[in-house]
Ligand binder design. Structure first.
Ligand code: HEM
Ligand code: HEM
Length: 173
């Protein structure tokens, strides 16, 4: 079976791990801020994990165009929906970290990090629209990933076409 390139398979699964980490770290930050206990380290770690998602995605798009991708599983309307979901995932994987960077630049978080002064960290993100956009994009991402996962499960267990082999490093010949 034709597969995705090795480097793109590695990035696909690494992205999943990074997203889980960024999600938990982001939620923890939000909670800590509401309890008045947010730290600069907390913001920096979330920022670095989130920025790695962006770097990985940009690398992945370059590798994708150089290495190519296996032909579509089929040509049904559902296959087209799956493809649309893939493009939407790529768009959110870029826009979500970018909106996070805009939160940092458009609020006092940036100042607090630059000066190392945690007392400058904002208690609220009132008027910082990027914060709302960031939150909405998190929900959009989770929704897309759930639909994507359901699609993969349907292929694997209902249609039994071994789609997972295309995104797996194991070589089954
Ligand atoms: C793609 C990766 C990312 C994911 C999945 C993610 C996820 C999250 C989540 C779940 C939250 C909590 C939302 C809330 O405030 O209720 C959050 C907040 C935040 N994120 Fe991200 N984020 C990502 C990337 C980034 C990046 C790259 C930056 C900055 C460069 C960033 C900066 C922030 C900031 C400043 C907050 C506000 C925290 C607070 O409420 O105090 N995020 N993020
Ligand atoms: C949750 C577990 C996941 C499973 C089981 C899974 C499974 C798969 C499989 C089997 C494919 C190959 C589809 C094909 O050959 O047509 C694929 C492709 C893809 N996956 Fe996932 N995936 C998961 C999570 C994610 C996550 C978290 C993201 C990003 C947010 C993601 C983004 C993509 C993209 C963009 C493609 C299309 C690759 C391309 O054609 O360029 N996946 N996934």
């Amino acid at each position: 079976m034709e597969k995705y390139s090795k480097r793109n398979i590695i990035i696909h699964w690494l992205t999943l791990a990074l997203l889980v980490a960024a999600w938990f770290l982001g939620d923890a930050l939000d909670e800590a801020r509401h309890e008045g206990g947010a730290t600069i380290a907390g913001y920096v770690v979330h920022l670095l994990v989130g920025a790695s998602v962006l770097l990985m995605t940009l690398a992945r798009l370059v590798f994708r165009s150089k290495d190519g991708i296996p032909p579509a599983m089929g040509n049904t309307p559902m296959d087209k929906v799956a493809k649309g979901i893939h493009y939407a995932l790529y768009a959110v994987l870029v826009l979500l970290p970018v909106s996070g960077m805009m939160v940092v630049l458009g609020s006092d978080v940036g100042k607090a990090i630059m000066s190392g002064d945690a007392t400058l960290l904002p208690a609220k993100f009132q008027g910082v629209e990027a914060h709302e956009v960031h939150e909405v994009l998190v929900t959009v991402l989770i929704t897309l990933v759930v639909v994507h996962l359901l699609g993969a499960l349907k292929h694997q267990f209902v249609m039994k076409d071994n789609i997972m082999d295309r995104m797996s490093l194991r070589n089954k010949g």
